[in-house]
Design a protein around this ligand. Structure first.
Ligand SMILES: NC(=O)c1ccc[n+]([C@@H]2O[C@H](COP(=O)([O-])OP(=O)(O)OC[C@H]3O[C@@H](n4cnc5c(N)ncnc54)[C@H](O)[C@@H]3O)[C@@H](O)[C@H]2O)c1
Length: 378
C-alpha cells in the first residue's frame, strides 16, 4: 500500500520523543518521513536531515515555509500528515496553521497551553474533518486496550474507586544541580511548558488513562501541588483527589522528584465484583483481582483477549513488545483514519482527549491556587 507522507516539527538532534515517533511510524509501516522543521536552529535541522537521509530541499526553516512549499508540490508527493513534537507552547500555533492548510496532524500532549486554545483546535478539526491524533502513548498498549474492553463489558461490576499514579525522579538531580541536561528542562519554564510542569507533563497521562480505560469522566478535582523548591515556578509534585460522581472517587498522584523512580505509571480500577491493576514498567501483564477467586493475569497474543488487544501486538506470546509498539499502534489507527478506512474508537486519542486534558490541568492548577478547593473539570 502507498505510504502516507509524514512531516515532523521538532524531534531533531538530541530530542527525546521525536525519535520514538519516527520509530513508531516505521514499525507500523504506513508512513514515509519526507521532511520537516526538525529544530529551532535551521543549521542543526539541516544537519539532522542529512543524518537521516532526508531530501534537504524538504528541510524547511519554519512551519510557514514548509506549508507554502509543500502546497506547491504535486499531491502524490506532498506531505499529508505532520507530527508536532516540540515543547508545549508551540503545539497550538503550529497545529492551527497546519490544520487550516489541510494537513492531518499527530500532536504531542499536553495539546495546548490553555483550554481556549484546545477548544479552538477541536472546532477546527470538526470543521475541516481532518485527522487529529494526540499521542497519549500508553493507550496503545494491548493490555490497556484489553482493560478498556473488559471494563466496558461490565466485568468489574460497579466501579467504586480509581487510583492512578505517575512517578518519575529525573528532575530531582536537575533542581539540585547534580546533573545538567540540554533537552527537556524547558518543562520548568511556564513560557514553554504552560501552567504546570508535573501535572501537565505526566499527571495528564494518568488522567487520560483513567478516562480511556473506564469511559468515565472526572467531574471535579481537589489538588495540592508542590514546586519542591522556593525558586521553582511550577509544580514538580502533587496529589489530586478526583470525583466522578456521588459514589465514585479516586486519586491521581504524580511526581518528577521521586528519586529512583523511572517511568512508574500505574492504574488500579476497583469494582464491586473484581479489580484491574496495570503498570507501565511491566506493560504486558494485566492483573485481575477478586475476593472470591485467585488473581488472574492477562497477557498479549492469546485467544482469550478481545479483538482490539489482539490486533495491538505483532509477535507471538512471550515476545515482549513495549513503548515503540504502543506508539506504533496509535500511528496505525491514525493511518486508517487518514486513508478513510474503518477504525475502532480508541485506536488513537483524539482532539477531544486533548480538550479534556487541558481542562484537567487547568482545574488542578486553579484548585491549588485557590487554597485546595474542589474545582469542576468543565
Ligand atoms: N507522549 C509521551 O509519552 C511524551 C513523552 C515525552 C515528551 N512528550 C511531549 O513531547 C513534546 C516534546 O518533548 P521532548 O521531551 O521531546 O522535548 P525535547 O526538548 O527533547 O525536544 C524538543 C524538540 O523541539 C525542537 N524545537 C523547539 N522549537 C522549535 C521550533 N520553533 N521549530 C522546530 N522545532 C523546534 C527542539 O529543537 C527539539 O528538537 C512535549 O510536548 C512533551 O510534553 C510526550
Amino acid at each position: 500500500m502507498k505510504k502516507i507522507k509524514l512531516g515532523m516539527i521538532g524531534g531533531g538532534i538530541g530530542a527525546f520523543i521525536g525519535d520514538a515517533h519516527r520509530r513508531a511510524s516505521r514499525i507500523c509501516n504506513d508512513y514515509e518521513l519526507v521532511g520537516g522543521v526538525f529544530d529551532a536552529d535551521y543549521e542543526r535541522s539541516k544537519q539532522f536531515a542529512v543524518q537521516e537521509g532526508i531530501d534537504l530541499s524538504r528541510c524547511y526553516e519554519s512551519v510557514e515555509t514548509l506549508i507554502k512549499a509543500e502546497l506547491e508540490l504535486p499531491s502524490d508527493i506532498r506531505m499529508e500528515v505532520v507530527a508536532i513534537v516540540t515543547p508545549n507552547a508551540l503545539h497550538y500555533p503550529f497545529a492551527r496553521n497546519l490544520l487550516n492548510n489541510g494537513f492531518h496532524l499527530v500532536c504531542e500532549k499536553p495539546m495546548t497551553m490553555t483550554v481556549e486554545e484546545a477548544l479552538d483546535l477541536e472546532r477546527i478539526v470538526a470543521e475541516t474533518r481532518l485527522t487529529f491524533a494526540l499521542t497519549h502513548t500508553y493507550t496503545g498498549y494491548p493490555m490497556v486496550r484489553q482493560m478498556r474492553d473488559m471494563i466496558a463489558q461490565g466485568v468489574l461490576g460497579t466501579i467504586q474507586r480509581i487510583d492512578a499514579q505517575y512517578y518519575q525522579g529525573w528532575i530531582n538531580s536537575i533542581i539540585h544541580g547534580t546533573e545538567s541536561r540540554i533537552t527537556g528542562v524547558w518543562r520548568l519554564d511556564p513560557e514553554h511548558a504552560g501552567a504546570s510542569s508535573c501535572m501537565g507533563d505526566i499527571g495528564v497521562h494518568a488522567f487520560n488513562l483513567i478516562e480511556y480505560t473506564t469511559g468515565l469522566e472526572v467531574n471535579e478535582v481537589l489538588s495540592d501541588l508542590n514546586p519542591v523548591k522556593d525558586d521553582i515556578k511550577l509544580d514538580l509534585d502533587g496529589t489530586v483527589m478526583v470525583r466522578f460522581g456521588k459514589n465514585l472517587k479516586g486519586v491521581i498522584r504524580a511526581s518528577q522528584v521521586c528519586g529512583g523512580e523511572e517511568n512508574n505509571l500505574t492504574i488500579a480500577v476497583y469494582g464491586s465484583k473484581a479489580s484491574f491493576k496495570w503498570a507501565q514498567e511491566n506493560p504486558n501483564y494485566l492483573y485481575m483481582l477478586s475476593d472470591s477467586e485467585p488473581a488472574r493475569i492477562f497477557k498479549p497474543a492469546h485467544g482469550y483477549n478481545d479483538k482490539f488487544a489482539e490486533m495491538s501486538h505483532t509477535m507471538p506470546s512471550g515476545h515482549p513488545e513495549g513503548i515503540y509498539e504502543a506508539l506504533a499502534n496509535i500511528y496505525r489507527g491514525t493511518a486508517k483514519s487518514i486513508r478513510g478506512e474503518a477504525f475502532i474508537p480508541g485506536e488513537f486519542p483524539t482532539v477531544h482527549d486533548g480538550v479534556r486534558g487541558m481542562k484537567f490541568i487547568h482545574a488542578v492548577v486553579e484548585s491549588n491556587r485557590m487554597g485546595n478547593i474542589w474545582v469542576k473539570v468543565v
